[in-house]
Design a protein around this ligand. Sequence first.
Ligand SMILES: *Cc1c(COP(=O)(O)O)cnc(C)c1O
Length: 382
Amino acid sequence: MTNRILYTKPSITAVETSYAADAAANGWGARCYDYIDRFERGFRTYLGSHFAIATSSCTGAMHMGLSALGIGPGDEVILADSNWIATAAPIVHLGATPIFVDVLSDTWCIDPAEAERHITPSTKAIIATHLYGNLCDMDALLAVGQRHGIPIIEDAAEAIGSQWHGRRAGSMGLFGTFSFHGTKTLTTGEGGMLVTSDSALYERLLTLSNHGRARGQTKQFWADAIGFKYKMSNIEAAIGCAQLERIEELVARKREILYAYMVRLSSIPGISMNPEPEGTVNGAWMPTAVFHPVTEITREALIAGFAAADIDARVFFHPLSSLPMFEGKPQNVNAWSIPERAINLPSYHDMTDAEIDRVASTLVVVARAHRGDSSARLQQSA
Ligand SMILES: *Cc1c(COP(=O)(O)O)cnc(C)c1O
């Protein structure tokens, strides 16, 4: 038996397994879309969006959504340099160019002023990724979009349960995308969702998502366009329906774990964790600790400390512009600096208090080893 603390794993109960078993036994023929329809209905109600299309992944949802906007060669899409590769890959697949801009130092999400500064006549969209459950400044971004006539899109893969002044993450942009990968707060194994309240865009998406076959087309096997095949299966949707029934509980537990870390770690000088500004709710997908540069606590020291304690902590996303496929943009100073002094902490739903204590005390030990005169330095820099 190992004592290892994993960093995520899904919360699966008898509800999920019984729905999945029902879909596997009965969800065929005339009933092969039952759970998919129910999951889409439930999801759009939860989000407050008019339309939802279940997909095989968030990456697929983003690919279809950008394609429905007509984005292609010569076009530019602005997104944060701190991001998962899945947000950038669809842009590249469509032949367009991702423009990586810096993030804010406190939310680790796209800097709206930087986004606006990088707008050119070729800009076709700005993607707001709500990193680790933290919210982008949607008021500022939507204002930028309005000033320039450019759609704001939300990658809400990490932000189910997050709210911006009463509106749910993913429901505020022209469209929003979600992931139900096994590491996410709500899981179907693999899976995703595209939501929108724009009926014209939804019609285009329905056709694209069905191999280019338009709704109402009476000719069999007739495609009107080249589309996509990024569908969710009925069995995955059955698991999704069960998870959606439990969504308040799933998000509440994530928030509880983040709060438990904050209580245990607040005495470490120079630490900051996922923010929750006035008027917002952080869905707390991934509790993350970022250290002030003067603490001199490094990613490498954090990784070594957690490895020694047999805890599966993970590194903060590398800036996408540092990957070999792209041109480096070290001028994105926050996106390049934060990962050097940050770590993602384990946060699966059935973590015990003893496990949370063990993670927290590991972090305290690493921080103490770096203490030196950092308290004095912090005071000087404040
Ligand atoms: C997980 C994730 C994705 C990709 O989701 P898939 O369902 O694996 O395609 C996209 N963007 C962000 C920010 C993510 O965290």
